[in-house]
Design a protein around this ligand. Structure first.
Ligand SMILES: [Zn+2]
Length: 386
């Protein structure tokens, strides 16, 4: 109870799994007070902080659940020229950390003026949820992976009525693509950024995946988390590929961000940090308006991980393969040449070289068993945690 200090400027308070509370803010501690809270009782907090904001943010964070999830998660636009930033959460229905993070960031932005009248947001932030049907069922997808359906020809046929939707995700694709493209078409500025928020079934590290263009790689590096390049070359019809390829004239960059394990509460505030850093990178918010804690959070979760890696191999699977990942692997774990990583109907599956493993599959649904990456030694590693 006594170790935390506080100020009346703390706006958003979350409860983590341990029953502790912590606050999140985009404000700069050098300009206004910001304190990290821990071991604070619910009762005590209600007396010490703006009750209405606390209750509202608590209700809002609780309101983000699969049953009530909406397609449009929020818009923030003060009418000043600037980039169009499009956020997507729950592209996979069992990954809700992104939509929770989006909900809280929208709330944080809405109250920023309460304590900082000169806060300025340039551009437009708009957010959507991806696979609503799967989210309601608590599944990655219903029939097909929504993040493997973004094919231009397929979409055109669906839109023109030449083919009818054949799976639940065709309906999601039609609705989501329509609403995002409407935003892109009506935007008159000169920079569009799309951030697709995900989590992984294994823990062990966060990372950014850029679209296959240099400007998106630069954007990914600016987030302050490990970058894994080349993943998209081995995937087909992802949302990132679709938007970065078909809206070139709109100067659209796209990155996806993996904020941790599906059910880890930390994945929510890691995703918040990534969103805020992105808003800073593209100039929606000023550097001096951004709380340095967001960098600290990302650094902590990137500690010891390679700054930049490239894909060496993707292990695709089919249901009939009877693929079983060996237990205990996590993102960025080192694997040795010849090490047995998994088994399937044909026997053991081994690593071809000394590499690192990424996204080992520990859930029933998925097309990819695991990815193997090679760290770029010249680009170094994030500092180890103290
Ligand atoms: Zn995902």
């Amino acid at each position: 109870m006594t170790k935390a200090r506080f100020t009346s400027h703390v706006r958003n308070i979350l409860r983590n799994n341990d029953g502790f509370y912590f606050s999140v803010s985009i404000i700069n501690p050098a300009k206004r007070c910001f304190q990290f809270l821990n071991n604070y009782s619910y009762h005590y907090q209600l007396r010490m902080f703006p009750v209405n904001l606390f209750q509202e943010s608590k209700q809002r964070s609780m309101s983000v659940n699969a049953a009530t999830l909406q397609r449009h998660l929020g818009t923030y636009d003060e009418g000043h020229p600037g980039p169009l930033v499009i956020l997507i959460g729950a592209m996979h229905g069992n990954e809700l950390a992104g939509v929770k993070a989006i909900d809280l960031v929208m709330k944080m932005l809405q109250v920023e003026h309460v304590t900082k009248p000169d806060f300025l947001f340039k551009g437009r932030l708009i957010a959507f949820s991806g696979n609503l049907h799967a989210a309601r069922e608590g599944m990655r997808f219903i029939d097909r992976d929504l993040n493997r359906l973004w094919n231009y020809e397929h979409l055109e046929k669906l839109r023109s009525g030449k083919i009818s939707p054949t799976c639940a995700e065709d309906h999601e694709l039609l609705e989501l693509s329509e609403i995002i493209e409407q935003e892109i078409k009506t935007y008159t500025g000169n920079q569009i950024v799309l951030l697709d928020l995900h989590t992984t079934s294994a823990g062990g590290g966060i990372f950014v995946v850029p679209a296959e263009k240099d400007s998106s790689r630069v954007l990914a590096l600016g987030l302050g988390a490990p970058v894994v390049d080349g993943l998209l070359q081995n995937l087909s019809n992802t949302c990132l590929q679709y938007f970065s390829t078909h809206f070139v004239e709109k100067n659209l960059d796209a990155v996806s961000f993996e904020s941790g394990q599906h059910d880890d509460p930390a994945s929510v505030y890691v995703a918040i940090a990534a969103i805020i850093n992105l808003l800073r990178s593209v100039g929606c918010v000023e550097d001096h308006d951004v709380e340095s804690r967001h960098d600290v959070i990302l650094k902590k979760h990137s500690a010891g991980l390679p700054c930049y890696s490239t894909l060496v191999e993707k292990h695709s699977i089919l249901p009939e393969d009877q693929f079983v990942m060996h237990p205990g692997y996590h993102n960025f774990q080192k694997v040795s040449r010849g090490e047995v990583l998994a088994t399937d109907i044909n026997g053991p599956i081994t690593s071809p070289e000394d590499l690192m493993i990424l996204m080992p599959l520990y859930q029933s649904k998925g097309n990819d068993g695991f990815f193997l990456i090679r760290p770029d030694e010249r680009k170094g590693y994030f500092e180890e945690a103290d």
